[in-house]
Design a protein around this ligand. Sequence first.
Ligand code: GAP
Length: 455
Amino acid sequence: MEKTMEKIVNLCKNRGFVYPGSEIYNGFANTWDFGPVGIELKNNIKRTWWKRFVQESPNSYGIDAAILMNPKVWEASGHVQGFSDPKMDCKSCKQRFRADNLVEEHSKGAVSAEGMTNEQLEAYINEHKVKCPHCGNFNWSSIRQFKLMFETSRGTIEGEKDTVYLRPETAQGEYVNFLNVQRTTRAKLPFAIAQIGKAFRNEVTPGNFLFRTVEFEQMEYQTFCKDETSLQTYETIKQRALQFVEDVGLKAENLRFHDHEKLAFYAKAACDIQYKFPIGWEELNGIHHRSTWDLSRHQEFSGKPMQYLDPVTNEKFIPTIVEYSIGADRLTLAILCEAYDEETLEGGDTRIVMHFLPAVAPYKVAILPLQKNLSEKAKEVYSMLSKYFMCDYDESGSIGKRYRREDEIGTPFCVTIDFDTLNDNTVTIRERDSMKQIRLSISELINYISKQIEF
Ligand code: GAP
């Protein structure tokens, strides 16, 4: 079975996972709307991440910072001056490309553009006569830096508008609140601040469905520690990040670490975890040693001390940060890709099935009356189970067709109500992957399902 992005996009559109943004206006490039099934999947993924990194992590605290921040934050972080990509326009077909991508794609990955200057990128493109991937011509503009931050303005009086930015990462919300969290929780180093929220980037080359969009959610976990222990923290976070993505259902053989070749001057280490998407190995998340850079810059630009007072030694110092950042939408895409399967069944029938880990599956259980005249009993069961789990209810079409529909949205359990249910209060429960069926009494259902969907 060939797993293509096209098949996954089609299933997503047709089964209510993800729709193109503003579709009735012919869409709005690289924006996507999560539908009724997709939002359950994404929320469950975010929940499992929060459970792992906040609820079950000692000394880890969640926040939800404002998207619009004082513009000085973005000066301190370096985004105003430096957050841009090298872009080139094809003068023949007017398409826009990232020069670093042109080099890497032309060399089929043999040349890494990481750390190349614009002059080096241009020299490679001219020397190798790299053609436009869209129209095939060699007719490039020179490289210009393309600003990735979305700007908007604030102010009520005409002419008195100030430029503000839609945050391009959630991290700065954690950094500027470092002392607030430390003071109010009385946390001691090492401790972590976590956040899930929207980020916005005016990407030069968005695309590949949810992989690179202009609006996306990040899940970020910043550990504040002493510099002496920071590399050990970095190694621990790397392993925890890998363990998490394996635990939410990505196969180990489709995951690998990729160390950054060129580090920021202040960093001691940085790597990505890559996932084998249908488009190839690509970044899933990043783990970055950021030293004291961010807090020092905020101290400098805000004029407020960002130091930690060690209660044992009475020493004051700026902690080192180890950052772990993963896109919620990108992880949702990876989980969709991993789960997708086409199976040939006994008798030659085929089915598409999404093998989601039950903990992240959109619906945990579907309630299916065998015939319409059993719907009263089925609705009773629905009303009981929906207090505990997201449930689907379906009474239209043959039972076989209804099973197929649930397989396509990855529902791990189907509960069938039949005529015996009316006499003995038992139901058939069918498991999605094995398709095995067992008989259970209605009173056992909540316990049975709860056990299977634990994370
Ligand atoms: N604060 C660190 C930071 O933002 P990043 O490597 O630029 O680091 C972290 O982004 C993660 O956010 C990426 O690994 C990816 O999962 C996700 N991400 C970044 N840009 C994205 C985009 N345009 N669309 C979807 N996800 C994106």
